[in-house]
Design a protein around this ligand. Sequence first.
Ligand SMILES: [Zn+2]
Ligand SMILES: [Zn+2]
Length: 283
Amino acid sequence: MLKAISAAVVLTVIITGCTAVEPPKNTAADTGQEEKLESLRKQRDAVVKFFEPMRVRPGDWLDTQREQGETFEEYISANPTLPIDDRWTIYIQPIGRFNSEQLAVIDKVAEYMRAFYSLPVRLNSAKPLGEVPFDKKRLIKYRNNLQINTSYFLDDLLPKLLPNDAAALIAFTNYDLYPEPTRAFVFGQASLTKRTGVWSFYQFADPKTGRYDPKLMLERSLKIAMHETGHMFSMKHCTKYECLMSGTNHLAETDRRPLDNCPECMAASRHMVSRSSMVASRS
Ligand SMILES: [Zn+2]
Ligand SMILES: [Zn+2]
């Protein structure tokens, strides 16, 4: 049975499409919006020559998945989910029990998000996993490893915990995750529209010793948390450059990725941050 499970590791986004999507309130109607967008386009175009195109290696995400990528213009036309006047706090919700090293990493991730997005970031107290339906968990017997389907977080647990003023709610957990029955596991997953996401520490440990390298754990956590948060602000996977928003199939690929965005994704994230600053200044 395990042979049927793809060895591919996915850092991905899947839209379940099973619930109504709240229409984002932000539009291009704000004063000066078009000038800001034009300025971001110019900044993008000016730095493009400094970036190498994505090189796909055997076993990488794009070696196994077909994806279109997304330009800045496509991102804007898709009317992304962004912070709005009454919804502009990012919440971090730890789920499970954590050791002091993991808690310190979560603290650092919260600090980084706060600095990057110019938004309030609230780190909640840890909550237990709760009762997971039998069809949303599985036991990998040879590792004695309980895995939780990400849809339990994205569709069941997090929507109930989503505060009204949340720009996004991301759960951190140390339970191992899987996105669908054919996948071996996943580092994290988020919705482009529902403002919810989840990621796990589980796969960061050395498979032989079960120990975490503190530096790698922080780097991987920052990359995956920021990648999933990008998804929660409607950013799709990047295919043009080696970029924070590129999908990854394995930890070596994750480790190769920068914590920064490429020119296209940088323009998208700057647009998001400028919205954040505008919203925050009104409060
Ligand atoms: Zn992704
Ligand atoms: Zn990119």
